[in-house]
Design a protein around this ligand. Structure first.
Ligand code: ADP
Ligand code: MG
Ligand code: ZN
Length: 619
């Protein structure tokens, strides 16, 4: 389509030029050649004889004649003879001829005339050929681009100025320790080879997105001061089959030339997935690419001083062949940062910014469990933007807090105005969540309740765990499930009606209940069994063909257990809300009034509520 467009554009411009040129030429010659009167040679001879002629200008055969009265004529002489000869032949006396001023005009005019003919005849052809040539060149370029796919699109980082070092990576001490060894191998490979030690060939960095894998790989290259070839797994997968494999070959050839060097394959799961597990197109291609990577890595001899670092956030889908000794035999697991590491990362990213006096990064670190390094970097950046937007010079604690909420929940949408009724429903919905969370013992504490819409949610109840958690108890998960139904139950009880606002809660609750039953063995009836191969991680190809390693009967049992769990959670929420209806009203009213209730205020409300309750029990 685009080529066609281009063609027409070229064609029109070519035609336009053509018309213009012929117009110019015809204008030029038309006026010049028509003006003087045409006379015959014999008449001219007679006029020369009678001394009427002042001047004759000759250009090729053309004669431009000016007579004594400055009248102009034109004629043509024959080609073979010179003008004097011609006149002599016509019987003009030589002394008469010599009285005429004869000027030889170098044949600019005649040349131009021929040129004009040439141009008029040849130019169109030239233009047409030009257009075709241009188009074919374009097409060829496209073709060669396609066929250049085999070349790896590697990026080389040896720029000593933009060096990343371990100093730029906060925390991750175990990972750094492991990688320091690699740096040592690259720097002093002789020492190790002489001792007969086998240099590791591959290091696999595994960790959630944004935990600093790419950063760490760059730091290794910076520390070792060797060329660093960076390619992303997805770049191997292209339009044509076989391209990935040839790219791998190309990549390793380049790396070997530059050895000692580091090859960094980011997002290796794009090619390193378990073979034979894909659905749909392209998985053959991936297999070939993966095989080629394995072949290349096996082909390293002891002298080959290349270390392949690969990163993935899906180690579970990797082909076991990649993990065999001699390939990616070193595995570095990169966890989400813990509270101390989070503080370090925050500090690192705050280093080039201006914090206001009294900014407590530790408090931010405490409130951000589950944040990755990238989230934290983003948080600091958002805070800086917020500060700049309000024309202040220093980043305050407030800025950091609002940036944190923005990172968790998306930007506030103050312009998204709720109608009075929507506001009421949202307030009761969020109050329901908060009430259930506040009353249940094992749920995470409420951090903030708000009916200012954020992202896609009309309102939100933000709950944050008190500390980093790696294990979750059944009691906690069940309480959390009940909290998810707080909004739904409140809407139903207060308005005797439901809105679509609870859909996300329901989706999440269902998924959570299913996990409890199928993976955590937390249903008494089903017992300690795990069903389905893939964990909570969903990944297309495999999920669709997920082995159903249980019978239909068990499937029914699972379904009924999931339902039971959900009904139980809903029941808990409903009971609490009915019992604490007055408290629910209080929270909702306050929300409508101030839109946002912070942690401190909510805790105060909760304390009062509990006090009145115990008093009433005593009474
Ligand atoms: P991934 O693990 O997805 O490859 P990246 O290495 O791309 O993550 O990290 C993204 C960004 O997050 C980095 O550029 C950096 O700014 C920040 N970051 C992540 N982890 C750390 C860390 N440990 N120390 C400092 N910054 C970090
Ligand atoms: Mg990355
Ligand atoms: Zn909700």
């Amino acid at each position: 389509m685009q080529i066609l467009n281009k063609f027409f554009k070229n064609l029109t411009s070519a035609l336009l030029i053509l018309v213009l040129i012929s117009f110019v030429f015809s204008f030029f010659f038309g006026t010049k050649t028509k003006d003087p009167e045409n006379i015959s040679l014999s008449e001219l001879s007679r006029k020369v004889q009678s001394e009427e002629i002042k001047k004759i200008e000759i250009s090729d055969q053309k004669l431009l004649i000016t007579d004594k009265n400055d009248k102009k004529f034109r004629t043509e002489k024959e080609q073979e003879a010179s003008l004097t000869e011609t006149f002599t032949n016509y019987g003009v006396k030589p002394e008469k001829i010599s009285k005429v001023e004869i000027v030889l005009v170098t044949s600019f005019f005649g040349g131009l005339f021929w040129l004009s003919i040439l141009v008029q005849v040849i130019l169109p052809f030239l233009l047409i050929f030009g257009v075709f040539w241009y188009m074919s060149r374009q097409a060829q370029k496209g073709m060669s681009q396609n066929f250049n796919f085999g070349r790896a699109n590697v990026r080389l980082f040896v720029n000593p100025k933009e060096k990343t070092s371990f100093k730029d990576v906060a925390g991750l001490n175990e990972a750094k320790e492991e990688l320091r060894e690699i740096v040592d191998f690259l720097k002093n490979s002789k020492k190790f080879i002489e001792l007969g030690a086998r240099i590791p060939r591959g290091v696999l960095l595994m960790g959630s997105p944004g935990t600093g894998k790419t950063l760490l790989a760059r730091a290794v290259a910076g520390e070792a001061q060797v060329p660093f070839f960076h390619i992303s797994g997805s770049e191997f997968v292209e339009l044509f089959v076989g391209v990935g494999a040839s790219r791998v070959r190309d990549l390793f050839v380049t790396a070997k030339k530059a050895s000692p060097s580091i090859v960094f394959i980011d997002e290796i799961d794009a090619v390193g997935r378990q073979r034979g597990s894909g659905l749909g197109g392209g998985h053959d291609e991936r297999e070939q690419t993966l095989n080629q990577i394995l072949v290349e890595m096996d082909g390293f001899d002891r002298e080959t001083n290349i270390i392949v670092i690969a990163a993935t956030n899906r180690p579970d889908v990797l082909d076991p062949a990649l993990l065999r000794p001699g390939r990616f035999d070193r595995r570095v697991i990169i966890d989400l940062p813990d509270i101390k590491e989070r503080e370090e990362i925050l500090r690192l990213h705050m280093a080039n910014k201006k914090p206001a006096f009294g900014v407590d990064l530790k408090r931010i670190a405490q409130r951000t469990p589950g944040f990755s390094g990238a989230d934290l970097a983003n948080l600091v950046n958002e805070a800086a933007i917020l500060t700049a937007r309000t024309n202040r010079k220093e980043i305050s604690q407030e800025d950091l807090s609002s940036a944190m909420e923005k990172v968790i929940l998306g930007p506030e949408r103050k312009s998204h105005v709720l109608t009075q009724q929507e506001k009421e429903i949202t307030a009761y919905h969020e109050a329901g969540h908060a009430l259930v969370a506040g009353m249940l013992e094992n749920s995470d504490p409420v951090h903030k309740i708000s009916i200012v819409s954020r992202g896609r949610a009309a309102g939100y109840t933000l709950k944050l765990p008190v500390e980093d958690k790696h294990l979750y108890s059944r009691a906690h998960l069940l309480d959390e499930l009940a909290v998810m139904f707080g909004g739904y139950a409140a809407e139903k009880i207060v308005f005797k009606d439901l809105t679509t606002g609870a859909s996300n809660d329901l989706k999440e609750a269902s998924a959570q209940a299913r996990r409890l039953v199928m993976h955590y063995g937390m249903s008494e009836k089903i017992g300690p069994l795990s069903f389905g191969k893939s964990d909570e991680l969903v990944f297309l190809g495999r999920d669709l063909v997920m082995e159903k390693n249980y019978s239909e009967k068990v499937a029914e049992e699972i379904d009924s257990e999931v339902r039971k769990m959900i009904n139980g959670a809903h029941e808990t929420a409903k009971k609490l809300i009915v019992k604490k209806r007055r408290f629910l009203d209080k929270i909702a009213k306050r929300l409508i009034e101030v839109e946002t209730i912070e942690k401190e205020e909510f805790e105060e409300m909760l304390k009062m509520e509990k006090k009145t309750k115990s008093r009433s029990v005593v009474a």
